[in-house]
Design a protein around this ligand. Structure first.
Ligand SMILES: O=C(O)CCC(=O)C(=O)O
Ligand SMILES: [Fe+2]
Length: 210
């Protein structure tokens, strides 16, 4: 999906919500919809994910040393979808009914995804370092939809060329849609926090080409 199609679909979706904000991640953009899920729905989805997903903290190699990732994650998707990421090869676990329902809502808005990498930050010490999501199998325009459940956390962006920084707080029930150009020109992270923080789950929907 190119930038124009992304903008058109996202603008059409934004019409249906009161609390929306465009983020200038030039030459890309992102749309934040703050109450995409109602409180009850997001709470039920959070607990359903905690109970049902096959959580793991795989070890990855970073700067020559192996460490478990500082959070838990689970990869779900259509049969046979495989994601190669930081030296890992992840086969999709089957959709749960609740995640498939969320996928269906995104699909109805014109955003088609065949998988979701789900992250669980157990406290302020769980985090995700600077990276972008532009592995080859995500195609040329890797649109990502991120749904946040539970504890509000800050997602920070910095441009690869040093020419910009921005950060956004992602509240419970929010949807953040990021266009493909964002992944090519910006890095993002969820930093550790010294504050006492509760659980957060992020659902990051992606389309993975075979
Ligand atoms: O938890 C988040 O909001 C960010 C997750 C992320 O960047 C990823 O899964 O690639
Ligand atoms: Fe990411």
């Amino acid at each position: 999906m190119n930038e124009t199609t992304f903008t058109n679909h996202a603008a059409a979706l934004a019409e249906h919500f009161a609390d929306t904000e465009w983020l200038d991640l030039s030459p890309g953009r992102a749309l934040l919809i703050r109450y995409w899920l109602g409180r009850g729905d997001s709470g039920a989805l959070l607990h359903d994910c905690l109970d049902r997903l096959p959580w793991e903290s795989p070890r990855i190699r970073l700067f020559g040393k192996e460490h478990p990732i500082p959070r838990r994650h689970a990869f779900v998707g259509d049969p046979q979808v495989t994601y190669r990421w930081s030296g890992l090869r992840q086969e999709a676990h089957p959709w749960t009914a609740s995640l498939d329902a969320v996928r269906g809502r995104l699909d109805a808005a014109g955003f088609a995804f065949n998988s979701a990498l789900v992250n669980h930050y157990r406290s302020g010490t769980d985090s995700m370092g600077w990276h972008s999501d532009r592995e080859r199998e995500l195609g040329d325009n890797p649109v990502v939809a991120t749904i946040s459940l539970g504890q509000e956390r800050r997602l920070a962006f910095k441009r690869r060329d040093g020419e910009g920084r921005l950060s956004v707080s992602l509240p419970d029930g929010s949807l953040l849609l990021t266009s493909g150009a964002v992944q090519h020109h910006w890095l993002h992270q969820v930093a550790k926090s010294a504050r006492q923080l509760d659980h957060r789950i992020s659902l990051t929907f992606r389309y993975i080409y075979p």
